[in-house]
Write a protein that binds this ligand. Structure first.
Ligand SMILES: Cc1cc2nc3c(=O)[nH]c(=O)nc-3n(C[C@H](O)[C@H](O)[C@H](O)COP(=O)(O)O)c2cc1C
Length: 191
């Protein structure tokens, strides 16, 4: 019997319209092997800054519940994010903080792959390292290599269409997605 398609949730850490990371995320379906079906995560930008008092009084924000449900229901997650001040953008970290407090913690045992695009020479790799630590703290299972790190992003995307033009990056993405599918399948419970 053929393997069923894996349901993969794609989270983008940038909120801006012209985001290179959002553009990177948009390239993934065309570069993914047929075994992966990618879908976009619901927004996280309206979640208040995490405060235990809010959780105690009014409960989890609706957006945090929707985000958590989307993660729980996926076979795997890909996070595509910029680096802010050598680390994880605050909005993304805040969303992770909210769902980390939930009883049925959505990242537990979830395979996660990371990608980043950034303006500089390190391409968001410091953010990836910090995200790797945070996600390990919530029991996610982090995919290792190949890594997707798009350096000097302004030179790699078409300035008008934001299409990814850099063949090395495209090849790197294809290799990562193919390896990530194998990684996720190895972790699937036997039916
Ligand atoms: C608040 C802020 C902090 C940033 N810090 C870094 C950084 O630490 N390292 C880096 O490579 N780029 C940094 N940048 C530049 C981003 O790489 C660049 O703006 C990138 O385009 C953001 O991703 P996006 O296009 O997906 O929004 C920063 C940008 C902002 C707005």
């Amino acid at each position: 019997m053929a393997d069923r398609q894996l349901d993969v949730l794609v989270i983008c850490g940038s909120l801006r319209k012209g985001s290179y990371n959002a553009a990177l995320a948009r390239t993934l379906p065309a570069l993914a092997p047929p075994g992966l079906k990618l879908r976009t995560a619901p927004p996280f930008d309206k979640m208040p800054i995490y405060n235990h008092d809010i959780q105690e009084t009014t409960g989890f924000p609706a957006e945090a519940n929707a985000w958590a449900d989307a993660i729980r229901s996926a076979d795997a997650v890909i996070i595509v994010s910029p680096e802010y001040n050598w680390s994880i953008p605050g909005g993304l970290k805040n969303a992770i903080d909210w769902v980390s407090r939930m009883k049925d913690q959505p990242f537990k045992d979830k395979p996660v792959a990371l990608q980043s695009a950034a303006g500089g020479i390190l391409g968001g790799s410091r953010m990836q390292y910090h995200l790797r630590m945070s996600l390990t703290s919530v029991d996610a299972i982090l995919f290792g290599r190949p890594e997707v790190i798009v350096t000097f992003a302004a030179q790699k995307f078409d300035p008008q269409t934001l299409e990814l033009k850099d063949q090395t990056s495209i090849d790197m993405i294809k290799q990562q997605l193919a390896a990530f599918e194998k990684f996720v399948r190895r972790l699937q419970p036997k039916e």
